[in-house]
Ligand binder design. Structure first.
Ligand code: SF4
Length: 497
């Protein structure tokens, strides 16, 4: 045989294996902390439902056990209920964690589905423990969004125009079949008796009769027409057939689009822990800042908070909501679009060249003239703009060609534009703030996507939100295990009820 190999022992031999299950799990294994953590929770207070197994008559599983299973899974890249069922039978750590319980995949899946709204509370409880250990700075949070894939293929997603195309295509096919039937009738006279029908399940499309083909197409047409009608009624612009809540999202990494959700997180800058998270349908971050910043402030239970976000979040209304809630924002402005004439697109003085004098409520232009309030105009979404101009000055201005394509220059001002000016003043000279933001949030999304959590397994906004809260919980748990010793963590757990 030549060289010898290590081949293990004879399976039939009587072994001196560790006498109890506990000996198979390392003293400071993460799984031991998950166990202690789940046991410390008051599931009744948290509102968890009983998990009743499929075979009725058997006692229910304790929510602590199913939560342990999910925590273990989400931390170890095992998220599907079928794989979790399998692990409960073959993975020693899981066997230890569940003390030999082997819930079936349906029970496991139902637990995640039925308690979807409660994982946020569990995350909150976990964060309270982290607060005790001073893992949160609770001074500065970075807010960002990332697109996660829905359990919905691109081909199962339509906008109104695509639906109309599909319906038109079906109509064309139906017409074709009807014409074919007509010619068959004309050539053959009365139709022959139908062939004996093939056994059930054996019927494929080639053996479908013409009438069956037409019936199938008509059913499909009706289905698509109903979707279109529903869409027109609800003013919704797109529809996904598998996960109706999912929306088209731009794929920033690979280009193109996919069907998914927009995950919003507020991450504490001290140790990159997730303070709070929400999932939204809108692909755009512009209207999100106020809500997520306030949620973070509530979660951290502080009276003031600093928030840093990228320019996608720059919106006067959202920044104003933050100001009103005692939240100091650091959000860079979008690149100015006012450097072009709206008339002929020529390059003109950007709005930044006009300085606002709040005391006089006037703008000073590059020529040194004063532009006074002339009136208002109502823009989209009921936003009111104030208009400033000085027609007489522009008429004889030597810089006019560089300033406007019209008879005189008008400057528009938002009702709450002072908020934007204050935000710009805060941002001035704070370039390091943006770099800090990137570091903090990229750690979160980078880690979760690396763990494979960038694809949701469940469907519907509520369920994917619950799923993300589980991901966030696993992420924070892993961070805490890295930052604190086992003993410190156990010491911070609330005493079991
Ligand atoms: S065109 Fe009017 S607004 Fe522009 S620089 Fe001249 S005076 Fe000022």
């Amino acid at each position: 045989m030549g060289m010898s190999h290590l081949r293990g022992t004879d399976r039939g031999e009587v072994q001196m294996l560790p006498p109890c299950l506990d000996d198979y799990v390392a003293v400071e294994a993460a799984v031991r902390f998950m166990d202690a953590y789940a046991e410390s929770l008051d599931f009744k207070k948290l509102g968890f439902a009983r998990s009743i197994p499929k075979n009725t008559g058997r006692p229910a599983y304790h929510p602590a056990d199913l939560l342990k299973l999910y925590l273990y899974g989400y931390l170890n890249r095992i998220r599907s209920s079928r794989r979790l069922e399998a692990e409960a039978a073959r993975n020693l750590e899981v066997i230890w964690l569940l003390r030999g319980l082997r819930p079936d995949f349906k029970t496991i899946a139902d637990f995640r589905k039925d308690n979807r709204k409660l994982f946020k509370e569990v995350l909150r409880e976990f964060n309270l423990m982290c607060r005790k250990l001073e893992l949160f700075g609770a001074e500065l949070v970075a807010i960002d969004g990332s697109k996660f894939k829905a359990s919905n293929g691109q081909r199962r997603h339509f906008n109104a125009e695509q639906l109309r195309e599909v319906i038109k295509h079906i109509d064309g096919r139906i017409d074709e079949y009807l014409r074919e039937l007509d010619t068959q009738d004309a050539e053959q006279g009365p139709p022959p008796p139908p062939p004996p029908s093939p056994p059930a399940g054996d019927k494929n499309k080639s053996t479908e009769t013409m009438a069956e083909k037409i019936a199938r197409l008509r059913a499909s047409r009706e289905e698509h027409a109903a979707l279109l009608q529903g869409m027109e009624k609800s003013a919704q612009t797109e529809v996904s057939l598998t996960d109706a809540d999912a929306r088209k999202m731009r794929d920033t990494q690979r280009g193109g689009y996919f069907i998914g959700y927009n995950v919003q997180v507020a991450v504490d800058a001290k140790h990159d822990l997730i303070a709070t998270a929400e999932v939204v349908q809108s692909a755009c971050d512009r209207d999100q800042l106020g809500a997520i910043a306030q949620a973070a402030k509530d979660q951290l239970n502080v009276t003031s908070l600093e928030v840093v976000a990228d320019k996608g979040y720059h919106s006067a209304d959202e920044l104003e909501a933050c100001e009103n809630a005692g939240i100091t924002t650091y959000v860079p402005a979008q690149g100015s679009t006012s450097g072009r004439s709206s008339k002929d697109g020529r390059k003109v003085f950007a709005k930044e060249r006009f300085s606002y004098d709040a005391a006089a409520d006037e703008y000073q232009c590059p020529q040194g003239e004063r532009l006074k309030l002339r009136g208002t105009c109502n823009r989209k979404k009921g936003r009111q703009h104030l208009l400033y101009a000085n027609e007489a000055a522009c008429r004889k201005c030597p810089l006019k060609a560089q300033c406007t394509a019209g008879k005189y220059r008008t400057i528009q001002r938002l009702r709450n534009e002072a908020v934007l000016e204050r935000a710009a003043a805060r941002m001035a000279g704070r370039t390091a703030m943006s770099a800090r933001r990137r570091e903090v949030v990229e750690h979160v999304f980078g880690t979760l996507k690396q763990w494979g959590h960038g694809d949701f397994l469940t469907r519907g906004l509520e369920k994917v939100t619950g799923e993300f809260h589980l991901s966030a919980l696993a992420y924070n748990l892993k961070r805490a295990l890295k930052l604190k010793t086992f003993g410190e963590l156990l010491g911070a757990l609330p005493k079991a009820a």
